[in-house]
Design a protein around this ligand. Sequence first.
Ligand SMILES: [Zn+2]
Length: 119
Amino acid sequence: MEKKDIFSQVSHLEEQLGQIYVDFGNLKAQLTVLLEENQNLTLENRNLRKRIEDADHTDQSMTNRTTRKSGTISEPDVGEGYDNLARLYKEGFHICNLHYGSVRNDGDCLFCLSFLNKK
Ligand SMILES: [Zn+2]
């Protein structure tokens, strides 16, 4: 093999290594984004599951209340629902119609706050 050929091969390899390094950096950045998103979705999922559970319990207790009062339909417990939403907001999630259930990344949300203040 000619010396010139070896040199050009090494240069070529060096170029490829540089590209691999760049690709690796990009992949790492993407992985970071995905991990963050995964974490947010896990939290969101947990909160939504909790809400479904709470809603089920509320339904049951309402049914019990209704049965106890022998047929009269009692008012739903508005205060309890409000507390749940306020807690959810405090834990860092949107409770507004626009972004309901998603993570609040940018601090306070005006829509959420106006929703909380309305009640
Ligand atoms: Zn919001």
